[in-house]
Design a protein around this ligand. Structure first.
Ligand code: 5RP
Length: 269
């Protein structure tokens, strides 16, 4: 791999080979998502615990301080909305020239495999990878399912990850599922776990993150289950401990509870 490409990847994936990526890109099709109405406010307390931000150029320019030394993964696909006909009908919204101008460490886009727009999104991925190779910018593919969350099983996600890697993605982001090792083992590039809608309990989130890491994921790209939690900092600290300190599920739950109680006490004083 060329020096520039490797250097950018190593900004995102830390020395231990793991990463905690923080997505705040949801507005590109959802508008002002709950708790992300003011992205700059939401991320302020989370930046010290995040290895990279997944963000669109609009929010990057408007809400992230240029002095921040956090690696950026630029969301470059879009063109659809929650109220439009089909979330899968995405195109490329942001050029590679913009990515270079914004000094990003990677670009990210969604592919919608099995949808009416499978071919378009996969060909877009191919074109983005070609441009990324030219400039030394890695591409992260997101295996998106739109509203069809029930699609998330090892057979389907394993196929999506493999296809994205075959087309040239350097990292693939996909949902956690039962038998996650089958997804990872069929994918020749690193896999990160996406979060999905907010889960019922913290334990549920910590449990799928822990299981996914044990089964070969290199990290997470997990947003709502951190910043929609009433205690986002305890949550990110617990997830970070699983990723970078190999914490067990019990230890991670304990970290969350201790941090949460300390915060609750500090607020009460
Ligand atoms: C939207 C995305 C988000 O980055 C992704 O959904 C991760 O965020 P969350 O953990 O909130 O699901 O790719 O398509």
């Amino acid at each position: 791999m060329d020096w520039g490409m490797q250097n950018r990847l190593s900004r995102i994936i830390k020395e231990d080979g793991k990463c905690l990526l923080m997505p705040i890109d949801h507005g590109y099709f959802q508008g002002p998502t709950s708790k992300l109405e003011k992205p700059g406010e939401t991320i302020k307390q989370l930046l010290p615990y995040s290895d990279a931000l997944f963000v669109t150029r609009g929010v990057l320019r408007a809400c992230v301080d240029t002095a921040e030394n956090i690696p950026i993964i630029l969301r470059v696909s879009g063109g659809t909305s929650m109220v439009g006909k089909d979330l899968a009908n995405e195109g490329i919204t942001t050029s590679m020239k913009e990515a270079v101008r914004l000094n990003v460490s990677a670009v990210g886009m969604s592919v919608f495999i099995g949808s009416d727009y499978e071919k378009e999104t996969l060909l877009n991925l191919g074109r983005l990878v070609d441009e990324g190779e030219e400039y030394g910018i890695p591409v992260m593919a997101v295996t998106a399912v739109g509203r069809e969350l029930e699609k998330r099983d090892a057979r389907y996600l394993g196929m999506c990850c493999r296809i994205a890697a075959e087309i040239g993605a350097k990292v693939v982001k996909t949902y956690w599922c039962e038998d996650f090792d089958k997804v990872v083992n069929g994918c020749p590039v690193p896999v990160v776990i996406a979060g999905g809608p907010k889960a019922e309990t913290e334990r549920e989130v910590l449990s799928f993150v822990h299981d996914g890491m044990q089964r070969g994921a290199i990290g997470v790209n997990l947003g709502r289950n951190i910043w929609q939690n009433p205690y986002p900092v305890p949550m990110i600290k617990a997830i970070r401990a699983i990723i970078h300190e190999n914490a067990s599920l019990i230890e991670a739950v304990e970290i969350f509870n201790i941090e949460k109680n300390q915060m609750a006490k500090a607020v009460a004083v």
